[in-house]
Design a protein. Structure first.
Ligand SMILES: CC(C)(COP(=O)(O)OP(=O)(O)OC[C@H]1O[C@@H](n2cnc3c(N)ncnc32)[C@H](O)[C@@H]1OP(=O)(O)O)[C@@H](O)C(=O)NCCC(=O)NCCS
Length: 288
């Protein structure tokens, strides 16, 4: 598939073909994904892959031109991220989800990504497994308000923090997500400096696309300090924490946070060697 376009024949439908290709101007992909169950916030989440040359929004389109599904991809060099896969209920169980998934992997592989990563719902998991993904560990979204007052040594992010953010993000993810930072007009969020002054112990970074900040820290105490600092957020906080960062969930529960949902980290290709013990708020550098 050279252009991100492929065709699925299936004989049992009147409209016998669904094409997968990059979305065109005016096509109602956000509405389609909302009806597919991804919620009203999905329109915002499409912003990065739609507007970045390192991203793409793919759609599944019937022969009559109707959009029946969609998915997003972002490319970070050796790795890529996939998300927001959805198919309209009436078009399900005809292989459209699998076709979108395979097209997404091919789109990333054409650019040189060795590993594609995603967080799967229960509905998505089997589709991804058929396309060759393997399960890693679950992550849980929590919602609540941290106890105050915020730690005094937490400060606002500054434009000069860019390299330190990338270094800490790389230590946690083993990915280079600089393409995301390059698209941010400003670094909005909080920082905690290391005691020796050599970089950041933790950061919380807001993006225009996500539902909450990305929170990364060099260790448990710094991560919890940063989560406590987010008491300054105007709304209750939503953070998604990997289950394999095990010390965090009991603290969030003690603070009165409630689990909202879970998703399973899956990968296609070799493991990237990430460090979940540094991850306190996932997704929001890209999908929220
Ligand atoms: C997850 C989702 C995208 C799957 O879309 P889909 O188009 O139904 O996916 P597929 O058709 O490729 O596969 C779904 C099932 O249909 C089956 N199927 C595929 N083609 C078929 C055919 N021609 N005849 C009968 N069954 C078929 C598959 O084997 C699969 O069955 P299984 O789940 O029991 O293994 C869709 O259910 C959805 O939008 N869910 C809500 C949003 C969501 O959770 N998205 C995932 C985000 S991680």
């Amino acid at each position: 598939m050279a252009t991100g376009s492929s065709v699925l024949p299936f004989a049992r439908r009147r409209d016998p073909r669904v094409e997968v290709r990059p979305v065109r101007s005016g096509e109602p992909v956000a509405r389609t994904l909302e009806v597919a169950g991804l919620g009203p916030q999905v329109a915002g989440l499409l912003g990065y892959p739609r507007d970045s040359r390192d991203g793409v929004v793919l759609v599944g389109v019937t022969g009559r031109g109707g959009v029946v599904g969609g998915a997003c991809r972002a490319w970070f060099g050796a790795t890529g991220c996939m998300g927001a896969l959805g198919v309209l209920p009436r078009a399900r169980r005809h292989g459209v989800g699998e076709l979108l998934t395979r097209a997404s992997v091919e789109w990333l592989e054409e650019r040189g990504a060795q590993t594609s990563l995603l967080y799967a719902t229960d509905m998505g998991r089997r589709v991804y497994e058929r396309a060759g993904f393997v399960a890693e560990a679950p992550a849980r979204a929590w919602r609540g308000t941290p106890p105050g007052p915020p730690p005094e040594d937490v400060r606002r992010l500054h434009p000069s923090d860019r390299e330190a953010i990338l270094a800490l993000d790389r230590a946690a993810t083993n990915e280079d997500r600089s393409a995301i930072l390059d698209r941010l007009p400003a670094l909005l969020g909080l920082a905690l400096d290391r005691a020796d002054g050599a970089g950041l112990a933790a950061f919380a970074l807001n993006t225009p696309w996500g539902a909450g900040p990305a929170v990364v820290a060099e260790g448990h105490d710094a991560g919890l300090a940063m989560l406590r600092a987010l008491v300054t957020e105007p709304q209750p906080l939503t953070v998604t924490v990997p289950d394999d960062n095990p010390g965090v969930a009991p603290v969030l529960a003690q603070w009165g946070f409630r689990p909202v949902n879970t998703a399973l980290r899956m990968r296609y290709g070799p493991a990237v060697g990430h460090d979940p013990s540094k991850m306190f708020g996932l997704f929001n550098l890209f999908f929220g």
